[in-house]
Design a protein around this ligand. Structure first.
Ligand SMILES: Cc1cc2nc3c(=O)[nH]c(=O)nc-3n(C[C@H](O)[C@H](O)[C@H](O)COP(=O)(O)OP(=O)(O)OC[C@H]3O[C@@H](n4cnc5c(N)ncnc54)[C@H](O)[C@@H]3O)c2cc1C
Length: 807
């Protein structure tokens, strides 16, 4: 008989569900139930190859995986169950110079994360792994702490650990639906009866999409076939081989009782059961597809000739859940108040399992994980991820690129040109080279007439560099137009709107009508949940602007805190307004040519908003700028956008007007010292760490995070966001998450970097422990090259907006 209530119900007894239960019980929650329709591990987990790698490009995801390794190392001793954990190390091969660049980048990133990754020669690679050919290898890297494990063993061990501390596991029990009370699930329905609960966690792997649909939660994962080959024993196979990743051949390997496991990620992966996986698919595999596997087995015969003679024990074709951006889907489901998701692990669920379960348990118990893992957060997906065809197409591309080189600034090719600004075609005619963010097509740069409008992939100087430089220069000297229609926009109104916003925002929102305020919203710990610009349109109506990709997260935070008495209304108005940002010292002169309004500094000062007409169009404008120049964001009812653009463009001809794209904003805003959400502003840091203390109105009676922020201010913030410049004779293409060194030791990691075209210097941001954020002796390492870096006394390296305030 199944119990009729539990505090937490976890659906799915794969590695992720068991790890979540293990960690919940470890943290003291005992009333935890796992419901599994087959046996434990009978989904994707039992047939995983079992490679456990740790390095990802994001620091906190790497930390999460490092935690998995530390857990797997001691799980057998703790539970008495065999886990097959073996710290075999992982060998990465490079057979092109570009791949070698990527390995150098990886080794540098690993250093910044405190993970050992050593670059080695082809001969050293052979010595570690004498079954590979190395004639085409240009270099390699070895990660000694990676390993391999028995996925079922690890999962059973965590299940035992959870049971020992009070969790109950019901196998052969199918979840069929849910009872709801408004935005809460009150009971989980199963074929063995209902179970009431306070919290539900969807850990159903490739069934995640369909179980999500039963919950009313969109989980945009797509099952794909994934194959690996297992050989019979191979004579003379050396013992203790490392796992191997030969990404140029799209291959991975691990040893298997005297034989080999060899799999990979073919360019043309095959989606499977995209509309729903049969609930009876339990401990099953798909038919092996030898023809399809040939694109992997052919290069594998070359790389490891021992395969040519080896007997094939089996070709495993097991499905697994992949996602449209290649990262797992975790966190609180935005559609509900008591439901979490951890699914879609893109063939790294065994490596992620331990850490992911811990993150989930912390999220459930403490309301947030101890690491900011925004790249995995379910709230990164927006409404356009509801389209199944979008998800399938984009996931196909991502699967096919799993092992291909990840170029700097690389854009996706599939499911493009869908979410277009009303200016899309006008700008395309003018040479716009589009990238995509949050589904929106956004101009990254503009190709002059004789230049091919497309990005050429490289780790060196990119083909667009000089054109972005020209746009940057024009923003500093004349005027540019930037289409920023993809901004997320909300209206919050009603008699309770002011008090509500003032409670949520760190800055003072009780400003005169017409004022625009930049603010963060903080949590109880005083760290940053989201940042935004808020304009007061009337006494009880506020217009909120949030960066393109963070709208769902910000709206979730806002709506989760809204009073339920009807005194506050929330409306998303993103699609109602196009945005043209008019930037540059001549921006006011330009607007004055096309509008009868008085736009002088006296009537339309910095940090205010105003309604006026441009040409025939009614618009309103925020006078703000994040690039250190005079600037106006024009909010234009969508249907007028084309007209406003043409009007400005024509009028700007004698002012030297140019179009500019997002890559020039990236450069100008680095000079201005402006911090970005997700790069610098995250739930790991407070506004005081980020140098945004001027946005914290501690004099307000009360607001979310005030107590913590008051204490932090009194004690002094532990971190300081710093600007560094690297003054060498050429622009550097700096890598992300690069280590910041002080006297040779890593003291921080860069959060943003780029080239400041006005300063003529490379610029990086990064947090340092406050007591170390002074003096000289800093260096920044990128692609294994170390550069002297100057810690700038101020984050703001260029600001003409201030000078021109009264112009
Ligand atoms: C061929 C292959 C090789 C792989 N190799 C590796 C590797 O080397 N390293 C690595 O890190 N990862 C690897 N992976 C990926 C790894 O297997 C997965 O990421 C991981 O197992 C996912 O675990 P999970 O718990 O999310 O899903 P699953 O293991 O699929 O668990 C989900 C569970 O939910 C249950 N369920 C679903 N619907 C319901 C319902 N309605 N009611 C009750 N229960 C339900 C299912 O029965 C299932 O047991 C590989 C995957 C494949 C396919």
């Amino acid at each position: 008989m199944m119990q009729d209530r539990a505090q937490v119900v976890i659906i799915g007894g794969g590695i992720i569900g068991c790890s979540t239960a293990y960690h919940l019980t470890k943290m003291g929650w005992q009333d935890v139930v796992i419901i599994e329709k087959g046996e434990l591990t009978s989904g994707s987990t039992w047939h995983a190859a079992g490679l456990v790698g740790q390095l990802r490009s994001e620091r906190n995801i790497t930390r999460m995986l490092q935690y998995s390794v530390s857990l797997y190392e001691q799980l057998e001793a703790e539970t008495g169950l065999t886990t097959g954990w073996k710290k075999s190390g992982c060998l990465h091969l490079a057979s092109t110079n570009e791949r070698m660049y990527e390995l150098k980048k990886g080794a540098t990133t690993a250093r910044s994360f405190g993970l050992e990754m050593n670059l080695i020669t082809p001969q050293e690679a052979y010595d570690l792994c004498p079954i590979i050919t190395i004639d085409d290898i240009v270099g390699a890297a070895f990660m000694p702490t990676d390993g391999q494990a028995d996925p079922a063993g690890i999962t059973q061990a965590m299940a035992k650990g959870a049971r020992n501390r009070g969790a109950t596991i019901y196998e052969h029990t199918l979840v069929t639906g849910f009872d709801f009370d408004n935005r809460r699930i009150t009971a989980v329905k199963t074929d063995k009866g209902n179970i009431e609960c306070e919290i539900v966690v969807n850990c159903t792997g490739m069934w995640g999409y369909q179980v999500g649909a039963l919950m009313g939660v969109n989980i945009p994962l797509v099952p794909f076939q994934h194959q690996f080959l297992v050989t019979d024993e191979i004579e003379g196979m050396p013992a203790n081989l490392p796992t191997i990743r030969d990404k140029d051949s799209l291959l991975y390997y691990k040893d298997e009782v005297g034989g080999l496991v060899m799999g990979g990620y073919e360019r043309n992966g095959i989606p499977w059961a995209v509309d729903g996986v049969d609930n009876d698919f339990i401990s099953q595999l798909l038919e092996p597809d030898f023809d399809h596997f040939q694109s992997l087995s052919d290069p594998a015969m070359e790389r490891t000739p021992c395969l040519q003679e080896a007997g094939i024990a089996r070709l495993v074709n097991g499905p697994e859940a992949f996602t449209p951006d290649g990262d797992a889907i975790m966190g609180p489901a935005p559609e509900l108040d008591n439901c979490f998701v951890a699914a879609g692990f893109n063939a790294f669920g065994i490596a992620a399992g331990g850490g992911a379960g811990r993150m989930m348990a912390e999220w459930i118990i403490a309301g947030e994980p101890s690491l900011d893992i925004w790249p995995l957060d379910i709230r990164r997906f927006g409404p356009y991820h509801h389209s199944r065809s979008y998800n399938v197409e984009r996931t196909k591309e991502i699967y096919g690129k799993h092992y291909t080189i990840h170029w700097p600034n690389e854009e996706h090719d599939s499911a493009r040109e869908v979410r277009r600004s009303p200016l899309y075609f006008q700008l395309k005619e003018k040479g716009a080279v589009y990238g995509a963010k949050y589904g929106w097509e956004r101009a990254n740069w503009f190709a002059p007439e004789d230049v091919k409008p497309r990005d050429e992939h490289t780790f060196e100087m990119p083909n667009w560099f000089e054109h972005v430089a020209a746009e940057h220069k024009n923003a500093r000297e004349n005027v540019v137009l930037i289409d920023q229609s993809s901004f997320c926009k909300f209206e919050i109104s009603g008699p309770g709107a002011l008090n509500f916003l003032n409670h949520l925002c760190a800055n003072q929102i009780d400003q005169p009508v017409g004022k625009v305020v930049y603010t963060q919203m903080c949590n109880q710990r005083g760290t940053i949940e989201c940042d935004m610009t808020i304009g007061r349109l009337s006494t009880d109506r506020f217009f909120i602007v949030v960066g393109t990709a963070f709208g769902l997260r910000a709206s979730w935070w806002i709506q989760n805190h809204m009073p339920t008495d009807g005194s506050v209304a929330f409306q998303e108005v993103t699609s109602a307004y196009a945005v043209i940002n008019v930037i540059g010292p001549k921006s006011r002169a330009l607007l004055e040519k096309v509008s009868p309004a008085d736009l002088s500094n006296q009537t339309f000062g910095f940090g205010t908003c105003k309604s006026f007409s441009v040409g025939y169009a009614p618009i309103f404008s925020f006078r703000v700028s994040y690039v250190g120049e005079l600037g106006y964001e024009l909010y234009i009812p969508t249907e007028f956008a084309g007209h406003v653009y043409d009007t400005l463009w024509e009028a700007g001809q004698d002012l030297g007007i140019k179009n500019a794209g997002y890559r020039s904003i990236a450069s100008t805003h680095l000079e201005k010292g402006y911090a970005d959400w997700a790069s610098e502003l995250t739930p790991e840091y407070t506004p005081f760490d980020a140098g945004l203390g001027f946005c914290v109105a501690l004099e307000k009676e009360d607001f979310l995070g005030k107590a913590a922020l008051t204490e932090i201010k009194a004690k002094g913030a532990p971190w300081k966001l710093c600007s560094f410049t690297i003054d060498v004779d050429k622009p550097l293409m700096l890598q992300g998450s690069a280590p910041i060194l002080l006297n040779g030791s890593v003291v921080g990691v860069t959060t943003s970097s780029g080239y400041g075209h006005t300063l003529g210097k490379n610029i990086c941001y990064g947090y340092l422990p406050r007591d170390q954020a002074k003096g000289d002796g800093f260096e920044i390492e990128s692609y294994q090259q170390v550069y002297e870096a100057k810690l700038e006394p101020s984050r703001v390296l260029y600001d003409k907006e201030g000078e021109r305030l009264h112009a």
